[in-house]
Design a protein around this ligand. Structure first.
Ligand code: FES
Length: 127
């Protein structure tokens, strides 16, 4: 399963909009550092966070149990399962927020923004 990822900090630094349809095209044009924008593969038994870690990336996390939202990502394309979620509201989920610590890809391709814990609305949830 192929995942294209983008760091929320790169979006915030440039004043881009999370819901901009051209977000990933802009990222590709901006020549960002490999840790900020790139691709990784997720094996079937890996959560998204585990896959990022196993490929050498350091994405934020804390509890690994669906309770803190430090590992939250925003889905731009594709679907991620959410077996345990004790922190994000249904409204967050509907808008595309997921927890990467226990989120397993349900589609062959995904585009995600990681590090969205810095969004003000998620920042206030974090423990
Ligand atoms: Fe705490 Fe994922 S690391 S919810």
């Amino acid at each position: 399963i192929r995942v294209e990822f983008l760091d929320y900090e790169a979006i915030a630094d440039r004043g881009w909009d999370l819901e901009d349809d051209r977000l990933f095209a802009k990222a590709a044009d901006a020549d960002l550092a490999p840790a900020d924008h790139g691709r990784l593969l997720v094996e079937p038994d890996e959560s998204l966070l585990e896959a990022a870690e196993n490929r050498g990336f350091s994405w934020p996390f804390s509890c690994r149990g669906g309770a803190c939202a430090n590992c939250a990502v925003y889905l731009v394309e594709g679907e991620l399962s959410q077996p345990a979620n004790h922190i994000l509201s249904e409204e967050h989920a509907e808008r595309g927020f997921r927890l990467s610590c226990n989120g397993y890809p349900l589609s062959d391709e995904l585009k995600v923004v990681f590090n969205v814990k810095h969004l003000p609305e998620l920042d206030e949830l974090r423990l």
